[in-house]
Ligand binder design. Sequence first.
Ligand code: ADP
Ligand code: MG
Length: 743
Amino acid sequence: MGRSSAKSSASARSRAMEAVQGRQPVHSTIDFNTTHMQDVFGSSVFNRAAMKSLLPRNVFKALMRCLDQGEQLDPSMADVVANAMKDWAVSKGATHFTHWFHPMTGNTAEKHDAFLVSADDNGAAVVEFSGKFLIQGEPDASSFPSGGIRSTFEARGYTGWDPTSPAFLMESTNGKTLCIPTVFCSYSGHALDKKTPLLRSIEAVGKQATHLINLLGNKSVKRVGCTVGPEQEYFLIDESFYMARPDIINSGRALFGAKPPKGQEMEDHYWGSIKERVLAFMMDSEVELYKLGVPVKTRHNEVAPAQFEVAPIFEYSNVAVDHNMLLMEVFRKTAQKHGLRCLFHEKPFSGVNGSGKHNNWSMADDQGNNLLEPGNTPQDNKQFLVVLTAVIRAINKYGHLLRASIASAGNDHRLGANEAPPAIMSVYLGDKLTQVVEALIAGKKEIPGGSGVKLQFGVSTLPDLPRDDSDRNRTSPFAFTGNKFEFRAVGSSQSIAWPNTVLNTIVAESLDYMSTEIEAELKAGADINVAAEKVTRRVLSENSRILFNGDNYSQEWHDEAAKRGIPNLRHTVEALPVMVEKDVKELFQKYRVLEQDELVSRYNIMLENYCKTVNIESLVTANMAKTIILPAALEYLHRVAQTIATTKAAVGAVTMVEQEKLVKELAEKTGNLQVAIDKLETLSREGHGDEHEESDHLVRAKFYQSKIIPAMNHVRAIADDLETIVDDALWPLPKFREMLYIY
Ligand code: ADP
Ligand code: MG
């Protein structure tokens, strides 16, 4: 049974090996020997330079006021902008345009329309793009997730131009498409995307930050924005291996695979020299990203074999979000051109490190000053310490919500495993800054052991805070790294829009709180320095439990965190319900980031996503175990049994105890595998049954988490064990030792 299929898929594995050996590095479309980087960067973007040269002066100025000061653009100018945009795009070879948006699927969406509107009387093409098409589109929303909002509101969706993120040209084999970044809402204005709440949260935190720093005396600041630089981890494997792994194709990760004999224990991959084909891929991707104005900066090998990282230069967060989505798309496409596949899954291969996204975050005022820069003068120190305190309070008060913002089935494999920050949110400040904070809390005017640095608001300066604190604590989920915070628990496949939305919102609330408290002190007659110092001291001491500089992976910290009452929401199903707690709903509503029904719809979508992901994985697991792995194991069992029989027939009485043991072991393990598959399939049917279909998403998600995942793990454990026993020539799936090492 299954013999021929086992044979043919085993040869699919060896065919994959052969294909990999024939691969060569692929050239990119641009040669930097003959073309200067500066001519490439931004060449596919309708950026400020393009606008300045193509728009009438008054329109350009109005558009700049819209971008820089948040003024609304006069709709009468939209026609002019649209026309210039179209001329620019057509001159570069575009034939179509699309509103480009971020629906709740976690991907981006696009529907292309030609610039061609009709033929004139002579039959010649008329090419047109009016302001109306630039500003608004009406995609049918009914096939995008709405999390229940749609039943109450219209099915029709609207996209609206977001002028704060520049339009760009997406190249494909046979042409270019003008992509216009947009938000996506329902008829009644409910957000159906990830961008709308992000933009609202940027406004909220900007407003609160501006108010606070004006209050502290920095009166010339009119606007504050958020800056983000997401470091992106990913895996690359050869496409032939990918094609022979239905699990990676369907669920983005290997659902089977014994640990390879060589993992990452030699620590030889991290920052190692980059293999030629991989480097060719990186450089080619960078060319495409440069064209799109994405400022990619660093590239290197990561910890796990076949794992890599790319980081851009930080940008304002709405653009950074778009650029991270573009980066992932360009990487996926370019990998294919190079005969590779790019995997963004949080844990594509068990047994080696998974992938995350380090979300570097700060705020900057309209004069370009970073609000988290400690600074050299008392004036700057005061503002820095008040803002820092606000962020610390935000994480202490809403860390569980921040943790929920990165909850997904994929990220559950990382958080808490000793390779990524745990699900316990804490803040790392580094030794020097911790001394400052401790001295402040204790009411000391001087830092103990410090070089006589006085600590008094408005009087003295902070000690020099080294940008690169020697102890770069990599285990902390939320670390202060010199002049920004690095939120390290974000999943590698996830859009950074939502975690940033949450971060901005909780910080907005804390900045608001700081202002309110300081204003109360001022009313009571205190001077601003005294007021700021008093409030900062109190808020720091009230929130100090969240500060932790030690090893976040250790058991001691888990125990200590429990003692301090810091939540440890280990997996998605535990974390997501935080989103719909009463005070969280009120928080989002108060800062006008999400109405309650918008928030609940997001909660539903995230739970549904979890169930769907686990469900697909469970179906693929059962199917592959049954139709690929079991037949291979049975074939081997058959061969060994036959060998014993023919040997005995040939030589008569001979002891073959060990060989018989192997037959028994194989018989027993294949039997166990069948039982485990049956159990998984029964549970999957139950998960789909009426009982769960009707009940709410949380009940279903709990079922998947507590029943389906263990059943899947059980099937895998037996299959992975068989992989180490069965004749290698019969094993049909590319093994980790191949996929992770051969390019
Ligand atoms: P490290 O390697 O220490 O983490 P880097 O200086 O390489 O730090 O920065 C990592 C990321 O943080 C980069 O994407 C960088 O652009 C970004 N970054 C630096 N400063 C800021 C800031 N003020 N706001 C947001 N991101 C920042
Ligand atoms: Mg970093």
